[in-house]
Design a binder for this molecule. Structure first.
Ligand code: UTP
Length: 285
């Protein structure tokens, strides 16, 4: 079984739900407490053993690459003032460990992943959607890697949501269940209300076999006229093992405003230096 060494971060979306904030700033650079969203996803991948981070970017997304580059002027000035460079540690990577490719047009998540096909090559890879902040111990991708190392194939994170919300997500048609592991019999992207095969959705963490790229090569459009990753994954079912792992932890959907604000509250309440002041303010409210 080949190890999972590479992770794809689709970051070419327009982020229209956050306009005007995301007009000149990539959505993935929006900050939860003191780290941009992309940093949470990259940290998660690094902790899960990923060696190469592949950003699928678009126009106006250069800040994402700059964030993981050396900032000579900033560092020299900070050194000159005797300030610690420790807060910059998570942004440092060896040359070649962060690569990027452009998705010229935002034709959908499946298309974004397909844009990374030559860099991914012939090995299993992870996909992380950075606007989903997943908080868990071990972290979400690590939970998937642990299962992958036992059973192989395709392993994706799943989460239960209230049935009235399933129309917003990729949803699982479940087979046999064994603890937190669910055999996946089918997948459907954004099912019409009342038609979802379960309330088990895909929150944006995947380990996929490279064959999914061949399915994406066909560029078939799905829900919303977009090339959907869920549809391509669905076509692998039956030809390769496909399992869901119910994530043990908290998910914050930072692609929409309420989830983003809640993530800021939840994560600041986990910080010793901030929690007392935030808690006092909330109690007062
Ligand atoms: P979203 O559905 O959240 O879309 O994409 P979006 O464009 O980022 O945001 P809204 O809906 O306009 O507010 C989920 C993930 O897939 C990426 C996004 O960057 C995000 O990480 N994506 C989506 C792409 O990289 N390319 C696409 O064509 C579509």
């Amino acid at each position: 079984m080949k190890p999972v060494r590479k992770a794809v971060f689709p970051v070419a979306g327009l982020g229209t739900r956050f306009l005007p904030a995301t007009k000149a700033i990539p959505k993935e650079m929006l900050t939860v407490v003191d780290r941009p969203l992309i940093q949470y996803a990259v940290d998660e991948a690094r902790e899960a053993g990923i060696e190469q981070m592949i950003f699928v970017t678009g126009r106006g997304k250069g800040a994402l690459e700059d964030h993981f580059d050396i900032s000579y002027e900033l560092e020299a000035t900070m050194r000159g003032r005797g300030k610690s460079l420790e807060p910059l540690e998570p942004t440092r990577f060896p040359p070649g460990a962060i690569v990027s490719v452009r998705q010229q047009e935002p034709l959908g998540l499946g298309h974004a992943v397909w844009c990374a096909r030559d860099i991914v090559g012939d090995e299993p890879f992870a996909v992380l959607l950075p606007d989903e902040v997943m908080v868990g111990q071990p972290n979400c991708l690590r939970q998937l890697v642990d299962v992958y190392e036992r059973i192989g194939g395709n392993v994706v994170a799943t989460l239960e949501v209230p049935p009235e919300e399933t129309h917003r997500y990729g949803v699982v048609d479940p087979g046999k269940r064994d603890g937190n592991l669910t055999e996946i019999r089918g997948l459907v992207e954004k099912p019409a209300q009342g038609t979802a095969p379960s309330n088990l959705m895909l929150p944006g963490r995947y380990i996929l076999q490279p064959e999914v790229m061949q399915v994406l090569d066909r560029k078939e459009k799905g829900a919303g006229g977009e090339i959907q990753l869920t549809d391509a994954m669905a076509q692998l079912i039956g030809t390769q093992p496909f399992h869901g792992v119910t994530f043990d932890g908290a998910r914050h959907d930072c692609g929409e405003k309420v989830g983003f604000v809640i993530a800021n509250l939840a994560l600041s309440l986990q910080r010793e230096d901030m929690a007392p002041a935030i808690r006092a303010y909330l109690a007062n409210l």
